[in-house]
Design a protein around this ligand. Structure first.
Ligand code: THU
Length: 160
């Protein structure tokens, strides 16, 4: 028997204002689109903004459904839209923010497992790391230099 260990590292910014100016702009777009979340069931609003290598910014917010599993997370709304409109573009950076209508989220809110798997697909396809920044409504912003930090041991096409 042997043991392996996998480490993940993140950068932590104290607040939005501490981010590089281009990321602040990306995060502000995520905050703006968060308001368009359709979240009558969870009252939990998530916004995502993607910067592509063609300079375009693609945004998305979570869209819920009375049949709960039919809803979709903000991150996947945005990345599938980007894949549909700009199929050749690489995703360079993703900014994510989440806020509850019922309490203030101060902890950085990471993407869920399904979104990590979806982002992984694009990172592998484009063979370029995707920087991921995530925060709550206020407070610290975490930066991951690649999706791999968030999803070690990822399942991908090489196993098929
Ligand atoms: N949600 C996202 O949009 N992204 C995530 O990564 C986690 C969860 C949404 C789904 C649902 O509409 C609400 O947040 C509560 O789970």
């Amino acid at each position: 028997m042997k043991e392996i260990s996998i480490t993940s590292s993140f950068n932590i910014y104290n607040n939005l204002e501490e981010l590089p100016i281009d990321i602040q702009d990306l995060m502000r777009q995520a905050i703006e689109v968060r308001k368009n979340a359709y979240a009558p069931y969870s009252q939990f609003r998530v916004g995502a903004a993607l910067l592509l290598d063609n300079g375009k910014i693609v945004i998305g917010s979570n869209q819920e459904n009375a049949a709960y599993p039919s809803g979709l997370c903000a991150e996947r709304v945005a990345i599938y839209h980007a894949g549909s409109v700009y199929p050749e573009a690489k995703i360079l950076k993703i900014a994510i923010t989440a806020a509850s209508d019922t309490n203030q989220t101060t902890a950085p809110i990471p993407p869920c497992g399904s979104c990590r798997q979806s982002i992984a697909e694009y990172e592998i396809k484009q063979d370029t790391p995707i920087e991921i920044y995530f925060m709550g409504e206020i407070g610290e912003v975490y930066k991951s230099a690649s999706l791999k930090n968030l999803l070690p041991f990822m399942f991908d096409k090489k196993f098929l």
